[in-house]
Design a protein around this ligand. Structure first.
Ligand code: SF4
Length: 683
């Protein structure tokens, strides 16, 4: 179609946490093209194959366009009034009979900040429970916990732009060329410009192949590797003495602990050659401006928070956090707004801005502003919600934009939980696997149809603007929650996204200077931004760390084994992750031409293992764990180490998360997606 487009809207990508700024070109209320915005601060005119080309899902024929109510076992079309009054009536009945804590809500990293703010306000005031969580529980909850414990705030310390000044990149447990492609490209550019690159990853990713040193460790051994690097930095006196003395605590304890993590000891745990560990420590320790970048390969472990803290130790030992000119530590957030969903308080233990529920003074301040008491009892985390549903303690599950039946581990357990509930309500774009279990499905708008803001992985608030109208009678999550509150005769106060962010800013000191008006006038702003006249703080902790004593806290934490080890029955370790052209459960990207590039999931395994199993490229295999079974086709690859396997969860038919275990991080409850013992056999 060569006709000119009729409108262009500048907005923020709704896929990964990089948060690229995109120009959406529209003709006849349909996207004609998406191009990266020239001169945008995060992506500088670049975008990946998802942000640029995976947009036809917005007008897919199977978009949900009208509410659906289950009658006689079938989901049938209903009006909004029927749907919302039914949800309100059934929620009220469950609350009245079983109490407010019998209702739980899973909010969404796919939703805007304003929608997340409204969701947590709704559940805390209209229902009266703190049972709200979001998918950060499944990915970066250990980052929030670990960075807060070590440095005092639940965010990366520096802007991505500081990568431009780094002379050494330590990349751990992340595959950004596929999962965060614009960051991957910028790391490559930096390496081509001369920066050294150390990669810690069980897989030989594209960046691992490019690295000066690739520490190809055993899945689940991160803490041993990071402690080993700390050992070597201390042993070779490659630490920032003045910084450690003046601005940190815990050095003596750490030094004592890592005496046991010499290169040979680490080799025995992680199967990383001693010489490579020593060389990696020297590269990192002798660089002037190192940067640490990490992903879910650090967090999604039974000891994920320990992984974050022991990795943060390395940045602290080098004085590369909280000092002028430092490049810091950056967690690569998975979903577009997983940082923002957490920032807005869609979590069971904190209000917006990570203000703790346990603080009665903070609860009182919110209660006064909202005109409603805030429950003091901490809410359930996502895995606990499923257990509570099966135990009969949670009777209603309200899910906004997450396909938990495909994305959460031990999916059979999740489906049991959905079946156990008296009421399941979903907002979604499509009839997802979760929606198939729902009693009421509410058709939601996509990010291309919404007004609001997202926060990207380096703490930048960015505007989201509607380029399309939602199809049929679909509505934004914001509009649905407002309608539901009205049906419950609950007053949520704010009626527009701009009002919601303004209310949040008034109650949250670290967001106090942020508003739609300012973002429209000035462009993206980093939080903390404490007053309307102040710029955001792109680099954290320059004056003091946000810990109680103002010092960065080094953590002396031992390596503990993962939840599962290979054994005779399940001799391989499965690692899960993402592919370049698809995104998470694939509900959006599978409905675009990207599917032509990857129409199905495969199981990567080492050629020697493939030969032993008698499978070749394309052989159908059955993968079995203690928790479930999946059917995949084999893809022998030397990118994976012998004894390991890799698959993504983008395709519902592959049921990869039926395999993953219920083991979770002891501190945050984040699932251990990265280590599952499996056996593999030709189908
Ligand atoms: Fe979107 Fe991430 Fe790709 Fe940027 S890198 S276009 S934010 S998916």
């Amino acid at each position: 179609d060569l006709r000119p487009t009729t409108a262009t809207t500048t907005t923020t990508c709704g896929y990964c946490g990089v948060g690229c700024t995109l120009d959406v070109h529209v003709r006849d209320d349909t996207i004609a093209a998406i191009t990266p915005t020239h001169g945008a601060p995060v992506n500088r005119g670049h975008a990946c194959i998802k942000g640029r080309f995976a947009h036809s899902f917005a007008r897919a024929a199977d978009r949900l366009t009208t509410p659906l109510l289950r009658r006689d076992g079938q989901l049938v079309e209903a009006t909004w009034q029927e749907a919302l009054t039914t949800v309100a009536r059934r929620l009220a009945a469950i609350r009245d009979r079983y109490g407010p804590d019998s209702i739980a809500m899973i909010s969404s990293a796919r939703a805007t900040n304003e929608e997340n703010y409204l969701a947590q306000k709704f559940i805390r005031t209209a229902i009266g429970t703190n049972n709200i969580d979001n998918c950060s529980r499944l990915c970066h909850a250990p980052s929030a916990a670990g960075l807060t414990a070590s440095l005092g705030l639940a965010g990366g310390t520096n802007p991505l732009d500081d990568l431009d000044h780094a002379d050494c990149v330590l990349l751990a447990g992340a595959n950004p060329t596929e999962a965060h492609p614009v960051v991957g490209a910028r790391i490559k550019q930096r390496v081509l410009a001369g920066a050294r690159l150390v990669v810690v990853d069980p897989r030989r990713t594209e960046l691992a192949a490019l690295a000066d040193i690739h520490l190809q460790n055993q899945p689940g051994s991160n803490v041993a590797v990071f402690n080993g690097l700390a050992h070597q930095l201390i042993d070779e006196d490659l630490v920032a003495h003045d910084f450690l003395e003046q601005r940190t605590t815990g050095f003596e304890e750490l030094a004592a602990l890592v005496r046991d993590y010499g290169p040979d000891a680490v080799a025995g745990i992680a199967e990383v050659p001693s010489a490579e560990l020593i060389a990696a420590a020297r590269l990192f320790g002798r660089s002037q401006r190192p940067i640490v970048i990490y992903g879910l390969g650090v967090t999604e472990h039974a000891h994920g928070t320990d992984g974050v803290r022991t990795l943060t130790n390395l940045a602290i030992l080098r004085g590369s956090v909280g000092t002028p000119g430092c490049c810091g530590i950056l967690p690569l957030r998975g979903q577009n707004n997983v940082q923002g969903a957490s920032d807005m308080g869609a979590l069971p233990d904190v209000l917006p801005g990570y203000q703790p529920i346990s603080d009665a003074g903070i609860r009182d301040r919110f209660a006064t502003a909202w005109g409603h008491p805030i429950p003091g009892r901490l809410g359930l985390r996502i895995p606990q919600m499923f257990d509570a549903a099966i135990a009969g303690d949670v009777r209603a599950l309200y899910v906004i934009g997450e396909d938990i039946a495909q994305s959460d581990p031990t999916s059979g357990h999740v489906r049991d939980a959905l079946r156990a509930c008296d009421l399941v309500v979903c907002h979604d774009l499509f009839l997802s696997r979760t929606a198939e279990h729902a009693d009421i499905v509410l058709p939601a708008a996509s990010f291309l149809e919404k007004d609001g803001t997202f926060v990207n992985f380096d703490r930048r608030f960015q505007r989201v603007r509607p380029a399309l109208t939602p199809p049929g009678r679909a509505d934004t999550d914001f509009g649905i929650l407002l309608g539901l509150a009205d049906a419950l005769s609950a007053d949520l106060g704010c009626r527009t996204p701009a009002e919601a962010l303004a209310e949040c800013a008034a109650l949250t000191p670290v967001f106090a200077g942020i508003s739609h008006h300012r973002l429209d006038a000035e462009g993206p702003l980093h939080w903390p931004c404490r007053a309307p006249g102040q710029p955001g703080e792109a680099v954290l902790h320059l004056d003091r760390f946000a810990t109680p004593d103002g010092r960065a806290a080094l953590a002396a934490l031992p390596y503990l084994p993962p939840g599962e080890q290979p054994d005779a029955e399940f001799p391989y370790l499965l690692v899960t992750g993402r592919r370049l052209v698809h995104y998470n459960t694939g509900s959006m990207t599978r409905r675009t031409p990207n599917t032509e590039l990857r129409p199905a999931e495969t199981l990567e395994l080492h050629p020697a293992d493939a030969a032993r199993l008698g499978v070749r490229e394309g052989t159908e295999v059955t993968v079995t764990s203690r928790w479930g079974r999946a059917a995949l086709t084999a893809h022998p690859s030397r990118d994976i180490a012998p004894g390991q396997a890799f698959a993504a969860f983008h395709f519902p038919g592959a049921t990869v998360n039926d395999l993953t275990s219920p083991h979770t991080d002891a501190i945050t409850g984040c699932p251990e997606y990265k280590v599952t013992a499996v056996r593999i056999a030709p189908a």
